[in-house]
Design a protein around this ligand. Structure first.
Ligand code: 4NP
Length: 154
């Protein structure tokens, strides 16, 4: 049986594509069958590839994400995904506001999957520099490892 995870940030060009890439990488070669996707609460970047700095940090870490395309969260996501994981608290509030009554998805915050960091935001690197993207990659890969173990246990 497969499980499905959707990562959600604001623009779907920096943090959530990196979280998607990190969990895809984490699941490569594992027995787990996990469907992984990402989306944004905003629509400014719909159809665009990830930010070049996000593509660069992913590539440096062995993941090509240039073919990813940004999309906006839609009502069907709350039926289609077992887990929707928000990158920050504003994203989580926006998801809760969008959540249809019949939603089946379990909502959580990415840092709820990292010991000692529950409730924290993954900082938005969009207005930052390359170092900020390195930090984002480190954060999402730590969470991805734990999310894979959590899915495997469930
Ligand atoms: P993301 O970063 O939510 O991590 O994809 C952002 C990308 C674009 C914008 C904001 C955040 N923007 O305002 O265009």
């Amino acid at each position: 049986m497969s499980q499905s995870v959707l990562f959600v940030c604001l623009g779907n060009i920096c943090r959530s594509p990196l979280a998607e890439a990190a969990l895809r990488q984490e699941c490569l070669g594992s027995e787990l069958n996990v469907i992984v996707d990402s989306a944004g609460t905003g629509d400014w970047h719909v159809g665009q590839p990830p930010d070049e700095r996000a593509q660069a940090v992913a590539a440096q870490n062995g993941m090509e994400i240039g073919h990813f395309r940004a999309r906006q969260v839609k009502a069907a996501d709350f039926r289609d995904f077992d887990h929707i994981i928000a990158l920050d608290n504003q994203n989580l509030r926006d998801l809760n506001a969008l959540r249809p009554a019949k939603a089946i998805s379990q909502l959580s915050l990415l840092f709820d999957h990292v010991a000692g960091r529950a409730g924290e935001d993954v900082a938005d690197p969009y207005y930052g520099g390359d170092r900020d993207f390195d930090q984002t990659w480190a954060e999402v890969t730590e969470a991805a490892r734990n999310i894979r173990e959590w899915l495997a246990a469930g």
